[in-house]
Design a protein around this ligand. Structure first.
Ligand SMILES: [Zn+2]
Length: 235
């Protein structure tokens, strides 16, 4: 009986659960960092060696793209460089936005940085969508996320909203929430999340409450992501 009680106590209070720690392995400045030889043959060799090592160790990896590095000598997007990115997706890896020109948010103006972010995902987004996937990740170059709170907040306030309204015809929060809803839908289909509730997944995907998720989900998806069990494990 004592064992049963101790076991129940451990489950109830989470005593038997060590903290879960996860490590993300990422590569920046794709397809090829500026300090390396940029000719296409060298770029292919380096990419294949890197992807071969990643595959050999079965590491889930995200690569972050500077789309300025897709430009050929004439300045237009070079299909051979785009093909380097396709190799990452062929290997089952993630691609994310790392701004167009590797802009530094600690020196660029807010307007310039915003434009660089949006300009930085045109090809990457298309490559992912060709495969039924969505762009989910962004990384600030140099990990410079803004020198102060006003600058950081500025990125999500008026200017970016205006830019998105004009260019994408939707509000900033619709834009962010659309990514969050896609993340919830992805998790619902992933066996790794089958023990988590919809609310757990929504919160982990960036929503602040179930109401916020339901509102975004209704506005965006048909059928909705919440048309699944709302109590108990997902799946
Ligand atoms: Zn970088």
């Amino acid at each position: 009986m004592r064992l049963v009680i101790v076991t129940i106590a451990a489950v109830v209070f989470g005593l038997a659960q060590p903290p879960q720690r996860e490590v993300a392995v990422t590569f920046d400045d794709l397809p090829i960092a500026g300090v390396l030889p940029r000719d296409i043959a060298s770029s292919r060799t380096l990419t294949d060696q890197l992807l071969g090592a990643i595959a050999a160790h079965h590491v889930p990896v995200a690569g972050f793209v500077n789309e300025s590095k897709l430009a050929g000598d004439g300045g237009a997007v070079d299909p051979d460089r785009v093909a380097l990115l396709r190799r990452w997706l062929d290997a089952g890896l993630e691609l994310g936005n790392h701004t167009y020109s590797h802009a530094d948010f600690h020196t660029a103006s807010l307007a310039d940085f915003e434009a660089d972010v949006i300009n930085g995902e045109a090809t990457t987004r298309r490559l992912l969508e060709e495969r039924g996937r969505t762009l989910r990740f962004f990384r600030h170059p140099f990990l410079h996320t803004g020198r102060d709170l006003a600058t950081r907040a500025g990125l999500s306030s008026h200017n970016l909203s205006q830019l998105l309204n004009e260019e994408l015809r939707r509000t900033f929060f619709d834009y962010i929430n659309s990514h969050r809803v896609e993340e919830v839908k992805r998790c619902l289909l992933d066996p790794a999340y089958e023990r988590q509730t919809l609310l757990d997944i929504a919160m982990a995907s960036g929503f602040s409450s179930k109401t916020a998720f339901n509102t975004a989900d209704k506005r965006r998806t048909h059928p909705s992501a919440s048309g699944r069990p709302t109590a108990g494990p997902c799946g």
